[in-house]
Design a protein around this ligand. Structure first.
Ligand code: HEM
Ligand code: HEM
Ligand SMILES: Nc1nc2c(c(=O)[nH]1)N[C@H]1C(S)=C(S)[C@@H](COP(=O)(O)O)O[C@H]1N2
Ligand SMILES: [Mo]
Length: 354
């Protein structure tokens, strides 16, 4: 890939032929570093958001950063080709980043599919997590990447603007195609696709564990739930339950507008106690728990069934939380207790650890 200057003798690499295409290796490497860190952080922000506005913002930022990583590949491949020695870990990093990107696009265009027991999001996030130590090693190994003044010249920044425009256009095109793909499974702002089209029974949903939780076998006849000091049997909750349609949007890339039989938490807790508390904590018999601002009690529900039938153990029987407007990992299954306290609800791990 080298040509010769007219009348000259030195080979000139293809990437240096044009001012527009020339890019200092350190600028490419530092851009890649920034983009990868940004993609990693924004990916977790996609998981943390559920509202139409917040989820759109995080998926747009994440998608654009991801596409920008691809835009660096031509320049990065010139660096790799120039390099005197290829290291296994670096090549592995390359393979993993490409796999991560491919899985991201499978989610974008096709959504939730299970291939060999794995979903696109699991492959995507798994690859990103594995890439972290490899990238760390790679960066420490090639650490001398200080920016120079010329990297911030007007020409250099103009190049970034041109690249950014190309990235935005490619991302826009891909997103437009994604929104038209699989019209039977319309994409939510979070990027999820419906696992079952139309209003579903909860029992038709995939049973999902966040990380390591195990499904307990609870007896609906003896299990009860302690709601701020008052004990409710399952029968008492069933008697008060009303039909509710709520969207469960799992970070694994699917959502479902399922029908549930459920009781509003605000109807089980005294208004004075609620007003006095900062936080409402929902605990599972497994130890899994999530804390919400107490003011949300009017939008949180304890579900005992779906369309008149009991929940299955995998879906949280006998009692599970519905948290519409929050991603699936907030929908605590096998609820043992609901508690109020004064510790702010944001003082918890942003994601469950079990
Ligand atoms: C090396 C880091 C990462 C890169 C380069 C990357 C790149 C991408 C790309 C290119 C897409 C598809 C494009 C698009 O949505 O417009 C995507 C989608 C997605 N990524 Fe990542 N990602 C990374 C890490 C993560 C992490 C750590 C998470 C979550 C913890 C995550 C979650 C998601 C989700 C949920 C989608 C689908 C959202 C949608 O369809 O808009 N990503 N990613
Ligand atoms: C997508 C992420 C990246 C991939 C896949 C990648 C891959 C590679 C590969 C395969 C090489 C050839 C040399 C080797 O095998 O180690 C290389 C060279 C290099 N990389 Fe990266 N790299 C990435 C990001 C970065 C970042 C973020 C930095 C630093 C901030 C960096 C700095 C360098 C430097 C300085 C070289 C040149 C080494 C030489 O000339 O021998 N790379 N990269
Ligand atoms: N106790 C407990 N509750 C949990 C989980 C878990 O692992 N443990 N997984 C959460 C996740 S990630 C999702 S998407 C929903 C899935 O509910 P489902 O299995 O009824 O589809 O439950 C949530 N509640
Ligand atoms: Mo989930």
């Amino acid at each position: 890939m080298a040509d010769r200057r007219p009348g000259g003798t030195e080979p000139v690499p293809a990437a240096q032929r044009s001012v527009v295409l020339r890019r200092a290796a350190r600028r490419t490497n530092l851009s890649l570093l920034g983009l990868l860190v940004g993609a990693f952080i924004s990916g977790w922000l996609v998981f943390a958001t559920a509202g139409p506005v917040t989820a759109t913002m995080t998926t747009v930022v994440h998608g654009i950063l991801g596409v920008a990583v691809i835009a660096m590949l031509p320049w990065k491949s010139a660096i790799v080709r120039r390099s005197t020695r290829l290291r296994v870990a670096s090549v592995l990093l390359l393979v993993i980043i490409i796999g991560c990107l491919l899985a991201g696009f499978v989610q974008l265009f096709a959504g939730y599919v299970v291939v060999a027991g794995i979903t696109p999001i699991q492959a995507h996030v798994g690859a990103a997590v594995v890439a972290v130590p490899l990238l760390l090693w790679h960066v420490l190994r090639h650490r001398r990447q200080r920016l120079r003044r010329s990297d911030l010249s007007r020409r250099a920044l103009l190049q970034d603007v041109v690249i950014a425009a190309g990235v935005a256009a490619s991302w826009g095109g891909a997103t437009a195609v994604a929104f038209r793909s699989r019209p039977d499974r319309p994409r939510a702002p979070t990027g999820s696709r419906p696992v079952v089209p139309g209003p579903a029974a909860a029992v038709a949903l995939p049973a999902t564990t966040w990380l390591f939780d195990t499904i307990p076998d609870l007896d609906p006849l003896t299990h009860d739930v302690n709601v701020v000091g008052t004990t409710f049997t399952v029968d008492e909750l069933v008697a008060q339950a009303e039909p509710v349609t709520a969207r469960l949007d799992c970070t694994n890339g699917w959502y479902a507008d399922a029908r549930w039989d459920a009781v509003r938490l605000a109807d089980l807790i005294g208004a004075t106690a609620l007003d006095a508390a900062a936080t409402l904590r929902v605990r599972s018999v497994t130890g899994y728990e999530r804390a919400f601002p107490a003011a949300e009690a009017g939008r949180l529900w304890l579900a005992t069934g779906s369309r008149g039938t009991q929940l299955t153990p995998a879906h949280g029987a006998p009692v599970r939380l519905l948290a519409p407007g929050h991603r699936g990992f907030w929908w605590v299954k096998w609820v043992a207790a609901v508690e109020l306290d004064d510790r702010p609800s944001w003082l918890q791990s942003p994601f469950p650890l079990q």
